[in-house]
Structures are given as structure tokens and as C-alpha cells.
Design a protein around this ligand. Structure first.
Ligand SMILES: [Zn+2]
Length: 76
């Protein structure tokens, strides 16, 4: 598992949609890679924001992308 693979799986990871095996591989990588931890934290933060906003109103797709880039910008 390298940084690109981890990045490709991060969203699935925060959504709990990965098999246990893959989660373990990512965890091992995260323990040794500060950059990926930051991306992971950003994805988690993004999801929290979404959860909060989606409860309040129905968010259009373009708006979601906006929020996503503004949150992830810090990590990427
Ligand atoms: Zn990495």
C-alpha cells in the first residue's frame, strides 16, 4: 500500500466501506506516513461538516464539491 493507494481509499475508509484487511493495511501505512494522516483527518473533518450541513438542508452537488475542496485544500 503506497500513498496513492491510501489516498484512493480514504473516502471509503471514513465511510467504513472497506474490508477489514484493507483497513489494516491503511492503518499500518498511516502509522508511518504523516502526509496521509493529514489527508485522513481532512476526510474525516469533511464528513463531519457534511453530516452537520446535510441535516440542516438538502445540499446540491456543486456545493458539496466546494466544501470538499475547501476542507481538503489544507491537507493536499
Ligand atoms: Zn502515505
Amino acid at each position: 500500500m503506497d500513498c496513492n493507494e491510501v489516498a484512493a481509499n480514504l473516502q471509503l475508509l471514513v465511510d467504513d466501506e472497506l474490508p477489514e484487511e484493507t483497513i489494516q493495511e491503511i492503518r499500518v501505512h498511516l502509522e508511518n506516513c504523516g502526509g496521509c494522516i493529514e489527508k485522513f483527518e481532512a476526510e474525516k473533518a469533511f464528513k463531519e461538516v457534511l453530516r452537520e450541513k446535510i441535516c440542516k438542508k438538502c445540499a446540491p452537488g456543486a456545493w458539496l464539491e466546494d466544501v470538499r475542496s475547501s476542507v481538503l485544500l489544507k491537507a493536499y
